[in-house]
Design a protein around this ligand. Structure first.
Ligand code: 3PG
Length: 209
């Protein structure tokens, strides 16, 4: 059975990255790796996302590349074909979960309620994305979920920053957080890869207290 527990322990922050121009894919991935972040969740929100994903998978072997915003079984298959080493969905449906369990590729299903957590747990999975973390209740909500369901580890994502990350990372049921702040649009537009490396270095220095 697919188990994404190891994905949660690669870095304190999983950068959630949306790439418009595939020529930016490799420099972004290298900049993140140079800053010590060896994982990237590349969202399937642009037409060329799979091209970017393939380039990173082929050309930046020291970073683990996964596909985010996986909404359908077809997207999951296409991402795996392009080289995705893990998959992330913002929420979960029975159709998608049934399919993901057949792929053999680790994945983080998105959940936001106790019922959703229980539904995914029933299928034998204990690693999940908590999304959208900030609007859904933040660290206080996750701490409360951990009382009845301590066996689930979360990657909260959505509305998290370098400043708010420690509040999540301090929780026993959080192994990492996700966020898009490591790859600001302006830095990408200006080919400012050093800025991304600096943000990655700050993020990789966050500790799980
Ligand atoms: C995601 O898909 O996980 C979010 O878009 C990332 O959320 P953020 O932009 O608030 O970090």
């Amino acid at each position: 059975m697919a188990d994404a527990a190891s994905i949660l322990h690669v870095s304190p922050v999983i950068p959630v990255v949306t790439i418009d121009d595939p020529r930016h894919a490799v420099p972004i991935a290298r900049a993140l790796a140079d800053g010590g972040v060896r994982i990237i969740e590349l969202t399937l929100r642009t037409e060329s996302a799979l091209t970017s994903l393939k380039r990173i998978a082929d050309e930046v072997p020291d970073i683990l590349v996964g596909a985010g915003t996986v909404l359908t079984p077809a997207q999951a298959d296409a991402a795996i074909d392009a080289g995705a080493q893990f998959l992330v969905s913002p929420g979960i449906t029975k159709t998608l979960l049934d399919h993901l369990l057949t792929t053999g590729v680790p994945f983080l299903p998105g959940v936001a309620t106790i019922g959703e957590v229980m539904g995914v747990l029933e299928r034998g999975l204990t690693a999940m994305k908590f999304f959208p973390a900030g609007p859904a209740g933040g660290p206080g909500y996750l701490a409360a979920v951990g009382a009845p369901i301590p066996q689930v580890q979360f990657c909260p994502t959505g509305g998290i920053s370098l400043d708010s990350a420690p509040g999540y990372l301090a929780l026993p049921n959080v192994s990492c957080v996700g966020g898009s702040w490591l790859t600001p649009k302006t830095a990408v537009e200006h080919n400012d890869w050093e800025q991304i490396t600096k943000l990655a270095r700050e993020a990789s220095g966050l500790s799980l207290d």
